[in-house]
Write a protein that binds this ligand. Structure first.
Ligand SMILES: N[C@@H](CCC(=O)N[C@@H](CS)C(=O)NCC(=O)O)C(=O)O
Length: 206
């Protein structure tokens, strides 16, 4: 039986799936695949025709989209990460979709401004507007976390991994979340997991 194979590097959206596979504790193969170049190679396009990382191959199954990969990994290899029953699964899905729809598009604008826009083209108004846009979802998250340690209760779950995995990019751009103390405390707890540290090391480069 072949090992599952994950493609990507940790300084990208692939990090969240590298973290997920580390959290499962299974034996797997990592293929460092950069989003610049490697992801457009013919060989990789046969794995993910979108030419984006991450991707997963498990036996005869190929999967793209980080959140789908995370759900698959948890359901197959670490079912304790998703609470039993339809409700728990739907809530894990809710926060995962929320991460990529309510948080990611805004934080991506900050990343683009900070790292991919030449100094003479940087737009402070975009940065300010984006930071203001993040205030609404961060307040929702802070209020939710004021009542519980983790998103789905008092245990770390797939919902935490996927949302904190998306929000990891906020660390890279040094976005200050101290105005939302419960978010800050929750992020610290998620990022203190051994699987997080291992995923950073495993997926470092291509
Ligand atoms: N929705 C996808 C997004 C993946 C994505 O955009 N990955 C970027 C790296 S951060 C990429 O591979 N970019 C290469 C390209 O667009 O050519 C997911 O969550 O898996």
């Amino acid at each position: 039986m072949s090992k599952p194979v994950i493609y990507g590097i940790s300084t990208s959206r692939a990090f969240r799936s590298i973290w997920a596979i580390e959290e499962t504790g299974i034996d797997y193969e990592h293929v460092p695949t950069s989003f610049m170049g490697d992801a457009q190679s013919e060989e990789y396009l046969a794995v993910n025709p979108n030419g984006r990382i991450p991707a997963l191959v498990d036996g005869d199954m190929k999967l793209f989209e980080s959140m789908a990969i995370n759900f698959y990994l948890a359901k197959k290899y670490a079912p304790h990460l998703i609470p039993d029953g339809l409700q728990g699964e739907a809530q894990a899905l809710q926060w995962s979709v929320w991460a990529i729809s309510e948080i990611e598009p805004l934080q991506t604008q900050i990343v683009v401004q900070k790292f991919f826009t030449p100094d003479d083209k940087k737009d402070e108004a975009v940065m300010a507007r984006t930071a203001r846009g993040l205030e609404r979802p961060l307040k929702v998250l802070d209020t939710h976390l004021a009542q519980r340690d983790y998103l789905l209760g008092n245990e770390f779950s797939l919902a935490d991994l996927s949302l904190a995995g998306v929000m990891d990019l906020l660390n890279m751009v040094e976005f200050d979340t101290s105005a939302w103390p419960h978010v800050q405390r929750w992020r610290d707890a998620c990022y203190s997991r051994a699987s997080y540290t291992r995923a950073k090391q495993v997926g470092e480069s291509a």
